[in-house]
Design a protein around this ligand. Sequence first.
Ligand code: AHR
Length: 665
Amino acid sequence: MKRFLRSLALALFFVSYLTAQQHQTTAVLDATKIKYKINKNIYGQFSEDLGHCIYGGIWVGENSPVPNIDGMRKDVVDALKEIRVPVLRWPGGCFADGYHWKDGIGPRALRPKTTNTSWGNVTDDNGFGTHEFLEFCKLIGAEPYFTGNVGSGTVQEFSEWVEYVNSDNESPMTELREKNGRDSSWGVKYWGLGNESWGCGGNMTPEYYADQVRRYSTFLKNYGKNKIFKIAVGAGGGDYHWTEVLMKNARKSFDGLSLHYYTFENSKPAADFDEKDWFATMKGTLKMDELIEKNEVIMDTYDPGKRVALVVDEWGTWYAVEPGTNPAFLYQQNTMRDAITAACNLNIFNNHCDRVRMANIAQMVNVLQAMILTDSSEIILTPTYYVFDLFKVHQNARLIPMKVNSASYVFDKDTLPAVNASASIDKDGKVHIALCNIDPRSSETVAVQFERFTGKKISGKILTANKMNDENTFDHPNQVIPKIFSDYKLASNSLTVNMPPMSVVMLDLNGTVEAPPPLVLKNPMQGLEYKYYEGTWEELPNFDLLTPVKGGTIENIVIPKESSDENFGVQYSGYINIPNNGSYTFYLNSDDGSSLYLDRDLVVSNDGQHAPEERSGEAFLRAGYHEIKVTFFQAAGGMVLDASIEGPGIQKRKIPDGMLFREGK
Ligand code: AHR
């Protein structure tokens, strides 16, 4: 009897132990809410003139024994091409506000030697400057993003940099560029107005910096067809007052506002940690969601049309440097813990892609949470690199909102959601689900319910490790690499996934999205209805609350004849007849602001007073009639409005009259 009781107790213990080790998470993948594109720039990177990020990491010079393409490491270029880096920020960071770009142009032998006062007072021979950076971006297929010097430079210096890079006019700057071997402009879009101006970029108050933004922005000109996208310095961590002041005082002078947030655990090096440190790192990382949400609330107040992007242009883990390395060089290893934090952050950014339209991990090579570590002629790809590789399928795909009801990861009486996720559908209709289990001890069963989606075929990959601090080293470069994953069960409207502890899983599904049904019109007649309003606005008003001065029918989304030259608005409403089921892109080109709604959802936001500018948005539509509403306002100066469509069987073109209808009597 005693033996029986002992066996029973043992059995019960094992059952409860196993239950404790296998948690259950549920999720709903809601294909009815497909709306926003995951801007590929969320997968952007940051490369600062710091430690061995540039020198040794990217740039070795043409005469180096390390195989190179015009001085850029070939191994690094090849590895980065693989993960499709969309955009690259340079030259800083703190370095940017002490950098004078003219030091980095012209024959290399004649470039001045300067001191990198931001990072270790080392001598910089300026061998890697504007031309080299742009060449490197071209090699890896990334768009360049320059951070200009607002802290110690001048408006003239910055505006001349833009002119040197972007102008094709005759001018001293373009002559200088030609003398340096480049005839035509590069047409660079992304320009940052300083870096951390609340700290290393000049210790400014938000009010003072907002004034600087207005001033600098005035003199950073567009050349030719290239319209520059200005990114102002935003908050560091939770400084919401900074966001508030910038949005209130200067939002018309920028297109993006940055956010910097690091997960600091800098008392120990990257691979030297226990579960307490792991938990703290996860907790610190997941705070990114709250920071973005609170910034969004402020931005939505001043910019409900979401014209201004939130640009998380520095994020990542920050530990103590590797023993024996220069403390100013911020060189750290990278473990499974970093892979998990990267996946958490990328899931957070994806899920906020309506506002977060660029992010740049710090940094690309040899600094902080790097993709690549180099040692003379060798390189290793880090666990973080492999997360970027797994997640690249989300670039420019459309977010499918996923509600996750996660089991808890409990440590020392504190809890965190064990699982986070994001999902998207790409242009070929393939669905990608990224799942991340942050719990280093427990497996997770994730039961996903599909709404308006039928899954047919599935494949998966996983990144996991045996130990929390497993890393790739020069001796063992393949300890943490993705593997094929198949521990799932797919039914037509559900999916169950068994995730091992501390794992990142990427699932690719073929299936069908059932878009909402089209409308039935009793008596469709060609043309839209429009209402014309008078007023002075800086942003689109809610026309439904105003009284129109006239209205009628109109054949297309064009400015009505006999409109005034300024201070009016128009609202167009009716139906668009979509020819085929599928994914459509809508474009609005306007001067000043405009917006386009389909079935009452905002699809294109092109708000604000501005010169002609085209913006786009996407929608998944079933063939048939859908409600369309376009709003437009004209302040003063130029006046433009046209709407285009692109989709299955339709090359991008103005929406033809024959697609636009109203309901007849
Ligand atoms: O990425 C390292 C440094 O962190 C950057 O130079 C600075 O902007 C931030 O504080």
